[in-house]
Design a protein around this ligand. Structure first.
Ligand code: NAD
Length: 477
């Protein structure tokens, strides 16, 4: 697909913008294609198209909107190989995970389509005789979806499907690192008969296109997934118009391994979660707290398991556990994080350096011990295949260490004792807690973080209703 893509605005592929962004493969730096660096006039056109289309879209019965979503899911399934291949190339995702991402995205759109017959309001008891209080759920209007690069295809669905089924229209801006899958998606759904302007796609940079979407008075919600820093910028841009924000930001998920844990399970779940997508996942174990009684055995086993990770260029070898980091900045961040930890007293058990491969941003699966809570490696998101480990004595101590974080997205605990698990769940201040497993979250759950991990959430009923406004009607008769 080494060609220039066009924006999808008002149901047409178009681009009046004069410059392009180059998209490259992080495994070998090969140029994969170009997407428009959309100018402000064209961004405005996309927002206007979404605004024009919204009232008629909202007026359709939700079950008809669901029909369009189902056709999108079918289009994805028809083109799953090409979509997965594009994600593999532009993000560096391994084949199996790229396929999973595509299939899950189609299922997610179908799941949101099912809400077409399930969106509900409320009837509230009135203080007055002969009155009903009715709570209606209505669309917000136009949603802007600003996407990260780590699950670039799935995030289209996570933003778009709940927005559309509830009667909103949308403008999507993919990450400049991984936009090609979104342009392919637009191509595949362009013939399903979707009314023009309901789904719009614009390429470009965050500082220009993303900022314009966030500060537009014609956008009713900015739904963003990405870093904390960008989240704060979006929130301040949106504040000028008091535009609603839905922010899914980073994580620094603690995994607590108790003395009574099923150690084989804990080792394999934590290791898998640390290497999946090369550690670039917001809800994967980013720091481990292991109880003293099993610490030596856990460290030994998890280190062997990390060292056995199969990595390389997913375009060359299909059967891999992980590919490269997304770009040079990602690789340097991981390098700096490990160097900083070692300088502060951490010890490298395995890994600890770039991988010796010809091309690509590869870092060795790494285990660090002797870590302490004041180290950056235990506080800042690493977003790479690095597992820092700290030893604790009591559950209360592990809970306190876990909660001592700017982030509050996900957490996990490994124990075979029900009351230990429940005490941990009660004490952990995180949007999600996994017991005896790691990610991923379910589409019918609610993915939301506390502290700097975000505002609002996605998935399930609660994520769906983030895309709605309420109207209360007092009906006296
Ligand atoms: P990023 O914040 O660098 O970029 C995300 C998007 O924001 C991109 O499309 C970018 O162009 C845009 N952007 C950048 N500056 C902007 C601005 N000033 N205004 C508007 N938009 C702007 O994040 P990333 O590096 O692509 O993604 C990695 C981060 O995302 C990690 O921190 C990760 O934890 C987080 N993440 C969170 C979740 C979650 O569900 N909580 C899921 C995936 C990733």
């Amino acid at each position: 697909m080494n060609q220039e893509q066009k924006n999808f605005i008002d149901g047409v592929f178009t681009s009046t913008s004069t410059s392009n962004l180059e998209v490259t493969n992080p495994s070998n730096q090969e140029i994969l294609g170009y997407v428009p660096e959309t100018d402000s006039e064209e961004v405005e056109a996309a927002i206007d198209a979404a605004r024009r289309a919204q009232p008629a879209w909202a007026a359709l019965p939700a079950v008809e909107r669901a029909g369009y979503l189902r056709r999108m899911a079918e289009a994805i399934r028809r083109h799953r190989e090409e979509l997965a291949d594009t994600i593999l190339k532009e993000q560096g995702k391994v084949q199996a995970l790229a396929m999973t991402e595509v299939d899950f995205t189609a299922d997610y759109i179908d799941y949101m389509a099912e809400w077409g017959r399930r969106i509900e309001g409320e009837i509230i008891e009135s203080d007055r005789p002969n009155e009903n209080i009715l709570l209606f759920r209505k669309p917000l209007g136009v949603v802007a979806g600003i996407l990260p690069w780590n699950f670039p295809f799935f995030l289209i669905a996570r933003k778009m499907a709940p927005a559309l089924i509830t009667g909103n229209t949308i403008v999507i801006k993919p990450s400049e690192e991984t936009p090609l899958n979104a342009f392919l998606f637009a191509k595949y759904i362009s013939d399903i008969g979707l009314p023009p302007g309901v789904f719009n796609l614009v390429g470009g940079r965050g500082a220009s296109v993303g900022a314009q979407l966030s500060s537009s008075p014609k956008v009713d919600m900015v739904s963003f997934t990405g870093s904390v820093l960008t989240g704060t910028r979006i929130m301040s841009a949106a504040s000028a118009n008091l535009t609603k924000v839905n922010l899914e930001l980073g994580g620094k998920a603690p995994a607590i391994v108790m003395d009574d844990a099923d150690l084989e399970l804990a080792v394999s779940a934590i290791r898998d979660s640390r290497v999946i997508n090369t550690g670039q996942v917001c809800n994967c174990a980013e720091r481990v707290y292991v109880q003293r009684g099993v610490a030596a055995e856990f460290i030994d086993k998890v280190s062997k398991s990390m060292a056995a990770t199969r990595f390389g260029d997913p375009g060359q070898t299909r059967d891999l556990d992980m590919g490269p980091l997304v770009n040079m900045r990602g690789l340097e961040n991981v390098e700096d994080a490990v160097a900083g930890a070692v300088a502060a007293g951490a010890e490298v058990v395995v890994g600890g350096s770039r991988a010796d491969l010809d091309a690509g941003f590869h870092y060795l699966p790494t285990v660090l011990t002797n870590c302490s809570t004041d180290m950056n490696i235990m506080q800042k998101e690493t977003f790479g295949p690095v597992l820092p480990i700290q030893i604790f004595d009591s559950l209360d101590e592990a809970i306190a260490l876990s909660n001592n974080s700017d982030y509050g997205l996900t957490s996990s605990v490994y124990t075979q004792d029900l009351s230990t698990a429940m005490r941990a769940c009660k004490g952990l201040q995180f949007g999600e807690t996994y017991v005896n497993r790691e990610n991923f979250e379910a589409m019918q759950g609610f993915h939301a973080g506390c502290r700097k991990s975000g505002i609002g959430g996605a998935d399930g009923k609660h994520g769906l209703y983030e895309n709605t406004a309420t109207q209360v009607v007092y009906l006296q008769y």
